[in-house]
Write a protein that binds this ligand. Structure first.
Ligand SMILES: Cc1cc2nc3c(=O)[nH]c(=O)nc-3n(C[C@H](O)[C@H](O)[C@H](O)COP(=O)(O)OP(=O)(O)OC[C@H]3O[C@@H](n4cnc5c(N)ncnc54)[C@H](O)[C@@H]3O)c2cc1C
Length: 432
């Protein structure tokens, strides 16, 4: 029997290509696992002694809590689809909803129909309560403007300002966007933080209509979901599935440089592979940009969830240093169910530099924001975690696949969908 010409050798008889994945955050881990499931020989190179990057946990008052990301956007079911593949239970936050502490006055409910704070119904009473009737009437003007206005603008700030006016931008959108992205909407590209918004604006003719159609595309209820037991379970499952498919992890191996054939480790060792995936920018670590202060309290006054799942704080709110507060036990029923009665987890975020005496500051901010006394004696646990800013977008490197939040945009929905798409593309190249 003669030998088959090489182009007709069946796939299964060819050795599968190898890949080096630099960075074991969610971007690298998801791509590495998809490549390993697809049959590649994959090694993750991770600088730290653990995988997951900004998805990880810490222990406060004996409770395992998410120390970074604690939920994900439901956009197109991307993250929940992966969770289901891994056998994780996706859970919706409790329906109390979130609040906003305006720059002046008492906290108010966040508008029910909104997207990143952009109202879907500008004249709804919950919008008027935040921005006032005059600003709501200006925002309503969006519905009679030609659809082209704002649709070519690049920043979220410009789109919202042109369509609905600066009061919607500063009083509603900015506090929410800054709570999520730590940057003002004027500094954020609309297509990165709100993919599909400009297309929906062009198709629907108004920004309010675009918001309503994006909301209708999300599964019923909340725009975000979580994982029962916490987001860190995601990392554990991905890691074990990756290992099950033959993947290798090298922890504590920082990569100094990459090219299309391989990487050089900080130790000087060179590794080579058919594919190189860079899932984190190399170079100087970014400065800290956000400080999370978690306090655990025993306080029956919090049982009624006085501010729903938490609050975002408008810039300039008098006497409050925090920029957001999550009442985690009012948000996630699985967490409340794990704790003794009246025990509550409050997570407050601060810009850097965080205020001095942060434990006391966090307690006072929580009291002011939640509108209930939180005595010093009720505090049973406290911890602080600092996170770096998102690094700037790296320059492309010929033949190297780039992933991660500085390329795909921040947030697990963006990071994971991009990582899966790119892994699929690499596997497709192998098959073609
Ligand atoms: C406090 C906080 C809360 C958040 N909350 C949410 C949320 O609720 N929902 C949501 O969707 N998103 C949230 N995010 C954003 C989300 O967590 C990130 O967008 C996402 O996790 C980024 O994943 P990544 O893999 O791109 O980067 P990272 O998680 O930063 O991972 C990068 C990895 O690369 C490693 N690395 C770096 N340099 C090297 C090197 N030279 N060699 C080898 N390895 C290296 C790092 O150690 C790290 O493990 C939050 C972020 C923060 C900070």
């Amino acid at each position: 029997m003669g030998t088959l010409p090489s182009e007709t050798v069946p796939m299964e008889t060819l050795p599968m290509p190898s890949a080096l994945v630099v960075g074991g955050g969610m971007a690298g881990l998801v791509a590495a696992r998809d490549l390993a499931v697809g049959g590649m020989t994959v090694t993750i190179l991770e600088a730290k002694d653990r995988l997951g990057g900004k998805v990880c946990h810490h222990t406060v008052a004996g409770i395992e809590l998410d120390a970074g990301a604690e939920s994900f956007a439901n956009r197109r079911g991307i993250v929940s689809g992966l969770a289901a593949e891994l056998g994780l239970t996706v859970t919706a936050p409790l329906a109390e909803g979130a609040w906003l502490k305006p720059a002046t006055g008492n906290p108010v409910h966040l508008p029910h129909t909104s997207f990143l704070g952009i109202p879907g119904t500008p004249l709804a009473s919950d919008v008027v309560a935040v921005i006032g009737l005059r600003a709501a009437l200006r925002a309503e003007f969006d519905s009679v403007m030609p659809g082209i206005i704002g649709s070519k603008d690049l920043t979220l700030g410009d789109v919202v300002r042109k369509r609905m006016g600066s009061e919607v931008l500063e009083k509603l959108v900015a506090p929410i966007v800054m709570g999520i992205h730590s940057r003002h909407p004027d500094d954020l590209e609309v297509d990165v933080v709100a993919p599909g918004l400009r297309a929906a604006l062009t198709a629907g003719g108004s920004l309010a209509q675009a918001v309503r159609s994006l909301r209708a595309a999300s599964p019923a209820g909340s725009a975000v979901s979580g994982i029962e037991g916490g987001m860190a379970a995601f990392v554990e499952r991905l890691e074990s599935d990756f290992a099950r498919h033959g993947g290798t992890v090298r922890r504590g191996d920082a990569v100094a440089s990459v090219d299309r054939q391989g990487v050089v480790l900080a130790s000087g060792e060179r590794l080579e592979a058919d594919h190189v995936v860079l899932a984190t920018p190399l170079g100087e670590a970014s400065e800290s940009s956000i400080v999370l202060a978690t306090i655990v309290v025993d306080d029956a006054a919090l049982d009624s969830a006085p501010r729903g799942t938490g609050l975002l704080v408008a810039p300039g709110a008098q006497g409050i240093s925090a920029k957001a507060l999550t009442h985690a036990t009012a948000k996630w029923s699985w967490l409340a169910a794990e704790l003794p009665p009246h025990r509550h987890v409050l997570r407050l975020s601060y810009n850097v530099p965080a205020p001095d005496a942060l434990e006391e500051r966090a307690r006072l901010d929580a009291e002011a924001l939640l509108g209930v006394p939180i005595p010093v004696e009720s505090v049973v646990g406290f911890d602080v975690v600092e996170w770096p800013a998102v690094p700037p977008r790296p320059h492309p490197i010929d033949g190297v696949t780039m992933l991660g939040e500085s390329v795909s945009g921040t947030g697990l929905a963006a990071v994971i969908s991009h990582a899966r798409r790119e892994a699929g593309r690499l596997l497709g190249e192998v098959e073609s």
